[in-house]
Write a protein that binds this ligand. Structure first.
Ligand SMILES: C[S@@+](CC[C@H](N)C(=O)[O-])C[C@H]1O[C@@H](n2cnc3c(N)ncnc32)[C@H](O)[C@@H]1O
Length: 221
């Protein structure tokens, strides 16, 4: 077993995170015990963050103690691993606007005290202002046409100076009539005035027509 990032282990080509709640599963992931520590295997076909790390991501700004704003939390598959990574001293604000996934997410937030559920539309970030703090990282996976706009609005309000963004871009949700590369280039160009682009990771073979962008807020702004 080797540690790729703090709290992320690699075992036989699979990633895993240190389970914040030993003995508890979140989805159908396997639990593995090694050296007295319990790990949860992290499926790259279920989580774009796992896919990005396996595909060579070099900058993972999600660290023990980090504060994260997670937009598009769904029922909590990836968020649960982010919750493992930030640990007891960190916090994950989880925004989700659909009722069904929010029901499962709520059950998870009751068990994991570092996760705060926010049942809101990420298009209107000022609506959850009273529940928020400034964060180190915004992680976004909303598969919407206006993905970049949603990110910008949230970053303006909640991202610390020199904070980071991790944006999963789904090209087909933005414009299915254009080529994937063209759509991704257009979205990245849109981010450039406000963010320094650090990495763009293709998520194939785990996700088709998706990339993960990692960028740092432009300190000059
Ligand atoms: C691809 S899924 C996210 C999967 C999740 N990130 C994971 O890896 O476990 C996208 C989620 O974003 C949510 N979503 C889409 N638009 C949203 C918005 N404007 N505000 C909040 N949630 C949104 C959807 O309801 C859906 O649950």
């Amino acid at each position: 077993m080797k540690e790729t990032f703090p709290g992320v282990a690699e075992i036989d080509g699979m990633l895993a995170t240190v389970n914040l709640l030993p003995g508890e599963r979140v989805y159908d992931e396997k639990l593995v015990e090694t050296g007295g520590v319990e790990l949860r295997l992290w499926n790259p076909n279920r989580s774009k963050l796992s896919a990005a790390i396996l595909n060579g991501l070099e900058t993972l700004p999600i660290k023990p103690g980090s504060k994260i704003l997670y937009l598009g939390a769904a029922s909590g598959t990836t968020v649960s691993h982010v919750s493992d990574l930030v640990g007891e001293d960190g916090v994950v604000f989880c925004v989700e606007h659909s009722k069904k996934p929010m029901e499962s997410l709520l059950r998870l937030c009751i068990r994991r005290e570092n996760m705060i559920p926010l049942f809101y539309d990420a298009n209107h970030p000022y609506r959850y202002a009273s529940l928020m703090e400034k964060v180190d990282v915004i992680y976004q996976d909303v598969a919407q046409k206006n993905q970049a706009e949603i990110l910008e609005k949230n970053a303006d309000l909640y991202l610390k100076e020199s904070g980071f963004i991790m944006l999963a871009i789904k090209a087909k949700s933005i414009d299915s009539s254009k080529k994937t590369d063209e759509v991704i280039a257009q979205e990245i160009a849109r981010l450039k005035p406000s963010f320094k682009i650090l990495e763009v990771i293709d998520l194939e073979p785990f996700e088709k027509d998706h990339v993960m962008v990692v960028a740092e807020k432009n300190a000059k702004l």
